[in-house]
Design a protein around this ligand. Structure first.
Ligand SMILES: Nc1ncnc2c1ncn2[C@@H]1O[C@H](COP(=O)(O)OP(=O)(O)O)[C@@H](O)[C@H]1O
Ligand SMILES: [Mg+2]
Length: 303
């Protein structure tokens, strides 16, 4: 990106600097140190993650981006306690993560609701498993369904809802246990562009209103910039942290900022990291012209 008019993504205004100073004063919720993961299978060994170091502050919104196969889902599954790691440490509130727990809420891309339960019962399921009485669980479910704007659909079944609504139920179901951190793996990846954009704004509204930290995986650069305080950029083979970017786009965010100079500068930097400029082709390869076949009358008037 050679646009001379773009500020460096590092040129931060005083207001933005002050925002990060405030974030950095908060306690650390999640700490990942020297994290490594190797998968062993009869076909051989894959080093999915190597030497991953980062920490997340309380109520921070961190996005993770990187090419397909760089270990994003592996990372989030390890943080969720659904997968073991091979080396390093994962600490949540200073305590090692050794398995799944109520202190972490998960939202995946695929709809993970129980199809045979109503919306309300889907949300009640976690609290009831954790020993809340039926009435307490029902009260909790109503509160969270109201927060995601679905209280009117409490008695509907998942198949009666749109994709966006189902993901809102998934968010309510993850938040009802009042986790310290919400772990989201491409949660809006299957939604159409318009619904996705609404869900992003909706998630920011929820996050602003409750004490929760978010780690959000996406491969959509606009989505990461729109949502995040910081973006962790991973590279593949093996999955390693390439860079951590502080997003200088001011909050509150709005879709109108997509064309702001801070937004474009951040996107340009992410694109540089994710899609580095290809090596120029050797001269003899440049000379090879693709073979063109015309299917239309050469006298047509297509310009
Ligand atoms: N259960 C598994 N067994 C073996 N290899 C796996 C397994 N899960 C993921 N991998 C490999 O680990 C690497 C990272 O995968 P993944 O975490 O799914 O990446 P991403 O979510 O960034 O696309 C890939 O090379 C993938 O093939
Ligand atoms: Mg993945």
């Amino acid at each position: 990106m050679n646009d001379q008019n773009l500020p460096s993504y590092l040129d931060q205004s005083e207001a933005v600097r002050a925002r990060f100073d405030r974030i950095n004063q908060r306690e650390t919720i999640l700490e990942v140190r020297g994290l490594g993961k190797r998968y062993r299978s009869p076909q051989g060994e894959t080093e999915a993650l190597r030497g991953i170091d980062f920490s997340v502050r309380r109520r921070e919104f961190v996005c993770v981006i990187g090419p397909s196969g760089c270990g994003k889902s592996t990372l989030i599954r390890i943080l969720a306690g659904l997968e073991d790691h091979t080396s390093g440490d994962v600490l949540l509130d200073g305590k090692p993560v050794t398995g799944p727990g109520q202190d972490r809420g998960m939202v995946f891309q695929g709809y993970s609701l129980f199809p045979w339960l109503t919306v309300k019962k889907n949300v009640m399921f976690g609290p009831q498993m954790n020993g809340r009485s039926h009435d307490e669980a029902e009260r909790d479910a109503r509160t969270w369904l109201e927060l995601v704007g679905l209280d009117k659909f409490a008695d509907a079944y998942p198949h009666q809802l749109s994709g966006g609504m189902r993901q809102r139920v998934a968010i309510a179901r993850a938040l009802v246990n009042q986790p310290r951190i919400l772990l989201m793996d491409e949660p809006f990846g299957a939604l159409d562009a318009q619904t996705r954009s609404k869900m992003q704004s909706h998630l920011i509204d929820i996050w602003k209103n409750i004490d929760v930290t978010v780690l959000f995986i996406t491969h959509d650069l606009d989505e990461a910039i729109y949502l995040a305080d910081r973006i962790l950029v991973l590279k593949a083979h093996p999955g390693e942290v390439q860079e951590v970017i502080e997003v200088s786009v001011p909050r509150p965010r709005s879709p109108g900022q997509f064309n702001s100079s801070e937004f474009r500068a951040t996107k340009a930097r992410l694109e540089e990291l994710i899609h580095p400029a290809p090596e120029p082709l050797p001269e003899d390869e440049q000379a090879v012209k693709p073979h063109m076949i015309r299917f239309t009358d050469v006298h047509d008037n297509v310009e």
